[in-house]
Each structure stands twice: as C-alpha cells, then as structure tokens.
Design a protein around this ligand. Structure first.
Ligand SMILES: [Zn+2]
Length: 384
C-alpha cells in the first residue's frame, strides 16, 4: 500500500469504525487524543446514547469552532458496495467507505489542519474549538443542540463556525453554505361524518371540505425570499382518505405537509397563517406539528471572506454562497450568535452505497481549513 497523507490516514481510521448513528465507535476518542496532544482542553458531554465533546485551545480573543459529526447513516445492502463499507480503500483515486464524504473526511481534514496551524503558530491569537457529536444523522435531540444549550448557559462565545458538511457539488469548494432554510411539518386530520354516497345529506365528506383549504394553502404567497433564500414553499406530501369502497363517504381525511421557509419568516407566523386558513374553511380538525428548525443566515463578513479567500488560494475557484439543501447542525450553533458556514467535500454519493470522495480533495480541504485559520488570525487585511 502506498504511503497515505496524515489526513487520509486519519480518515481511514475513522471510517474503519462502524459508527452508525448514534454510535461513535471510538471516533471521538481518536480525535480527542490528537487534540489534547496539541494543547486543547477537552470536555466530554454525553447525553443518553449520544457522545459529544467540546474542545478548546487559546485563552482569549475570537473563537473559531470546527463542528461536525462522527455518526454515519446505515450502509444499505453491503453486497452492493465495491468495498466493505467500514473497510476503506482508495480505488482509482477515490476513497470509498461509509462516511468518506459525510463527514469523516472533513473531520480528518479539520484535525490535520489545526495540527499544522498550531505547529506553525503555537502562540496564535484567538481561540480554536471543536464541537463534535454522534447524533447528526439520527433524531438530533441529544447532540449539538444540547451542547449548544450548555455553552449558552455559561456564556461561551463562539464567533465563527465551520461545519464540515459536504457542501461541494461538482468540485471541492464550488459551494459554501452560508445558511439553511427552516423546516417544519404538519400532520392534519380533518373530520367529517361517514355515510352512504347515496344519502349525502346524512354524511359530511371531509375530502370535499378539505380540498378548498388545501388549495388555498398551496396557492398562498408566503414571501419572496431574499437575496440568499428562495421563496418559502408549502408542499403536501401525503393525503389519505376513503375506505376503498366507491359507495362510502369517508369519516376522516389525513394529510401531511412540509414547509421550507426563508429567513424572512418564522415558525410561529406561518403556523398562525395555516390555522387561520383552516378556521376560515370551518373545518373540524386536529393538527400536530413537527418542528425541524429555524432558518439561519450568515451574511458576508470576516468568516465568509476568510474561507472564500482560502478556497481561491487553494482550489483556484471562487465559491458560490448557497442556502440550498436540508437542515444541518449549523442551525443550532447559529443560536449562539455565531457566523456559521459549511464547507466540505463533494456530496454526490452521500447516504448512498459506494459513498466515496476524491482522496486528494481531502488533502486540499485540510489546506483550505488551515488557510482559513491563517486568514482569520494572521491576515489583518480582512474586514470584521
Ligand atoms: Zn453530515
């Protein structure tokens, strides 16, 4: 086997550990060992089955936090993998294994970047921290959100945060996420009265009653979005009603919907509007809400400038800022008043069989992270 770079060697070690959510399988201990060696003080913060840690180096000044998760999604059918999912291999320049892209490759790159930076600048200004969880792919209840609550309680200041989620689309660094949309779902049951279709005056048809309301909700203009977010959208994901018989008016209709919303709106305001529409149509209903998170947005500023410059210096491309995609742990960290961006490798194969990432791109990613630190702490020409 050819000699691996320190970043790839660490990525191999982490991928070899079958840390299917919420398992950590020793990944965090590997990271903690490396961080303690270069002067980090580490605080383990387990909650329930979930392992988390917060580590920090440096006494004062702005705090840049590297955030990520050691858990991975299940492998799917192992027989469909080119390599066993927890036995990483490089084939034709691509590193294969569960977590290679999401996001053990990024974790390895963060560690080696910080090691290099600290070696060259042992007395650096500011503080460097890590916030790592094993509950990002799972229910995200006992992970980053709990750690953030603890940090908030004690007034910990985190100025900047880089989440290692695989943000890149075609080539490393082409996309930096500077926000994410908010998301929530509704589970709506509309009640009618079951009866024979031949005697409609004795029944109340919940399908007929709900269609105008659902149509109004789907046609509602929620907002225009803004320069970073597309307009908010309401999508119906499921509708069920009826007994299967053609001569029965059903007693209930069950529907589910989801909203992805911009930073122009919030959960409470949208919820109020939905209830208003349902009440206007005089429906008899129950509704359950599942709230996945408020949107967050990091406007261009020192962090965006520093990481954009680092990508330009390393990959020779200018990254595009984007808020697309699902939710991420960035939304929890943003609650600390932190500027949050996400930058990681190409996401083409995440959550699939044969998850893989160009091996060299992880070495490049480590250089980008290291240069971001240099741009933040050593480059005085960047704006605040
Ligand atoms: Zn991830």
């Amino acid at each position: 086997m050819t000699l691996l770079s320190p970043t790839l060697e660490l990525a191999f070690d982490l991928i070899s550990r079958p840390s299917v959510t919420p398992e950590d399988a020793g990944c965090q201990d590997v990271m903690i060992k490396r961080l303690e060696k270069i002067g980090f003080s580490v605080e383990k913060m387990p909650f329930g089955d979930v392992k988390n840690f917060y580590a920090k180096r440096g006494k004062s000044g702005p705090n840049i936090c590297f955030a990520g998760h050691t858990d991975v999604v299940p492998t799917g059918p192992e027989a469909n993998w080119k390599v066993p999912p927890f036995s990483p291999q490089i084939i034709d320049g691509y590193l294969y294994g569960r977590g290679a892209a999401d996001m053990k490759g990024s974790l390895a790159a963060m560690i080696t970047a910080v090691e290099e930076f600290v070696l060259a600048n042992p007395d650096h200004d500011g503080q460097i921290s890590f916030l790592i969880t094993s509950d990002e792919e799972g229910p995200f209840v006992d992970g980053t959100t709990r750690v953030v609550d603890k940090l908030m309680e004690r007034g910990e200041k985190v100025d900047w945060c880089i989440v290692g989620e695989p943000s890149s689309t075609n080539t490393l660094g082409d996309i930096i996420k500077n926000g994410r949309r908010g998301s929530f779902s509704g589970d709506l049951t509309i009640y009618g009265k079951q009866g024979h279709v031949a005697y409609p005056h004795l029944a109340i048809n919940p399908i007929h009653l709900s269609v105008p309301a659902i149509t109004e909700l789907t046609n509602t203009h929620w907002d225009d979005g803004n320069e970073f977010f597309p307009p908010t959208s309401f999508q119906v994901s499921n509708i069920n009603a009826g007994t299967g018989a053609t001569n029965v008016v059903p007693g209930t209709l069950h529907t589910q919907f989801n909203l992805r919303f911009s930073s122009e709106l919030n959960f409470a305001a949208i919820k109020e509007k939905i209830i208003q529409v349902l009440d206007k149509h005089q429906l008899n209903y129950d509704i359950q809400w599942t709230y996945n998170g408020e949107p967050f947005l990091t406007r261009p500023g020192k962090l965006v400038d520093a990481i954009t410059l680092a990508v330009e210096q390393t990959a020779n491309i200018t990254p595009e800022l984007s808020t697309s995609g699902g939710t991420s742990d960035g939304r929890f960290i943003a609650k600390l008043g932190t500027q949050v961006v996400e930058l990681g490798p190409v996401n083409a194969t995440i959550h699939q069989v044969n998850e893989s990432v160009e091996a060299e791109s992880l070495n490049q990613l480590a250089i980008i992270y290291q240069r971001t630190l240099e741009n933040l702490f050593l480059n005085n020409t960047l704006t605040k």
